[in-house]
Write a protein that binds this ligand. Sequence first.
Ligand SMILES: C[S@@+](CC[C@H](N)C(=O)[O-])C[C@H]1O[C@@H](n2cnc3c(N)ncnc32)[C@H](O)[C@@H]1O
Length: 204
Amino acid sequence: MEQEVIIDTSEEVYQPAEDTYLIIDMLLSYLKTSNSNLSLLDVGTGTGVIGISSAKSKKISKLTLLDINPKAVSLAKSNVKQNQELLRETTVKVLQSDLFTNLPKEKYDIITFNPPYLPNEKNAEILNEAFFGGWSGIEVTQIFLKRSLEYLSNDGVIFIVSSSLADMNKLTTYINELNFVTQKQEKVHIFFEDIICSELHLKK
Ligand SMILES: C[S@@+](CC[C@H](N)C(=O)[O-])C[C@H]1O[C@@H](n2cnc3c(N)ncnc32)[C@H](O)[C@@H]1O
């Protein structure tokens, strides 16, 4: 029987929503046919649910979760503890970091990021870091993608969420410029926007 993931939430941390479950579904479906013994980095982990859920596949041997929000880091740590049975064969690290800033240079097989993707100005409120990705909604994603090149293994894969409210044309052009190819995309429609999850690989 598949083990359940138990996740506590908090008002100060992004609560798992449709975008979270979209990326988890795509990730678990990818892991069904992937190799084993993989390393996974979950950027902007929030509660930690994406990374923790990946352990259901039994294919993740190393898991790193990071967030800029210290409250998210504490919550993700406690959620890792709650799911220690599921994670018993996985080495887990949780750290506070602005994207890759505090992360030691290592290569990962999988990197996931459900970023702040709504177009708007950032302000000092830490919870706003969970939603607003800069003026066109893709600025945080662009910085992430550029820097991810130093952390992704050659055969690695990135799962990233974006929104139809952001400047998707600009993002697609940028993805090509960085030499990524979009292998798969899935969408869900929520209220006034499409949430899009893309599976990116490096061009050979
Ligand atoms: C949309 S929420 C996603 C949370 C969680 N991964 C999920 O899917 O439920 C975006 C997360 O990214 C974090 N974040 C925003 N900017 C970041 C940055 N520069 N570096 C690291 N994390 C960041 C936020 O604190 C927030 O937890």
